[in-house]
Design a binder for this molecule. Structure first.
Ligand SMILES: [Zn+2]
Length: 265
């Protein structure tokens, strides 16, 4: 009986603390829309602490040169970052209805982010890593658009935006689009990798599966360890032509990757 009382007291205490901290956070965060400008980003935020926005800014700037050099990004305009405090605000700000996404890129120069924490998510992830992930989407788009624009300008025909969007959706593999972002943001843990690999998914399957977020890091890690990181920018501009760039068939590539993961994880 005494034990039960103690458990109830501890449990009750935790609940009171949780709601206490949640309430305190609610009244102490920055409540009006605020802008934080850095060398390469303009971060708009509301409903989070100034230090949290600063944390995003510092990490983005710290990774800015590394990722752009790795992927061979040409000139890149200032990137606008919108940080939302809760899912409803994220969905409203992005126009995504009933979404449970916590990040989305909008072209090469804009992305949105949900500042996940224990008060707005069941299993919060690291929002700073999400910011790096979304930034890497912007880098990929900037490379692809600038590359395509050169060809389009020389040929001088049609609506560029429409043509690019159609080509991107049709030809750029979704698995690579996500995997390289998780790789640059260092989003990986061995439990999720093992879980994802059990499903025996092919690269084609991963184009339409959330498992890409569990195993994506390892695909790029395999490419970098076996062929070197210089292949990454070439893969991007070739729309991930594995056969030409890496000199192996897609099925041999998949087999090699599975063996690599088996040995390493
Ligand atoms: Zn993504």
């Amino acid at each position: 009986m005494k034990k039960l009382k103690v458990i109830l007291l501890v449990f009750g205490g935790l609940i009171i603390t949780y709601f206490g901290v949640k309430t305190f956070r609610g009244i102490s965060v920055v409540d009006k829309l605020t802008e934080l400008r850095t060398d390469h980003f303009v971060i708009s935020y509301q409903g989070i602490y100034k230090e949290e926005a600063q944390d995003i800014a510092d990490n983005l700037e710290e990774n800015y040169d590394r990722i752009r050099t790795n992927l061979n990004d040409p000139d890149h305009d200032t990137i606008r970052v919108f940080v939302h405090p809760v899912q409803a605000a994220f969905n409203k700000g992005t126009g995504l209805l009933n979404s449970n996404a916590n990040g989305v890129s909008r072209g090469p120069n804009e992305f949105h982010l949900l500042w996940t924490n224990w008060f707005n998510s069941i299993f919060p992830n690291d929002p700073v890593k999400t910011a790096i992930h979304e930034f890497t989407h912007c880098v990929q788009l900037n490379i692809l658009i600038k590359e395509e624009y050169k060809k389009w300008r020389d040929a001088d025909n049609g609506d560029f935006d429409k043509m690019f969007e159609e080509k991107f959706i049709k030809e750029y593999p979704q698995w690579f689009w996500e995997a390289i972002c998780d790789y640059e943001a260092r989003i990986v843990n061995s439990i999720s990798v093992k879980y994802g690999m059990k499903k025996n998914l092919t690269l084609k399957d991963l184009n339409n599966s959330n498992q890409i977020y569990n195993v994506g890091f390892t695909i790029i890690e395999y490419i970098v360890e076996k062929w070197g990181k210089d292949k990454l920018p070439i893969l991007i501009t070739s729309y991930v032509d594995i056969k030409t760039v890496l000199g192996v068939s897609e099925s041999d590539f998949e087999k090699g990757w599975v063996t690599f993961v088996d040995e390493k994880y």
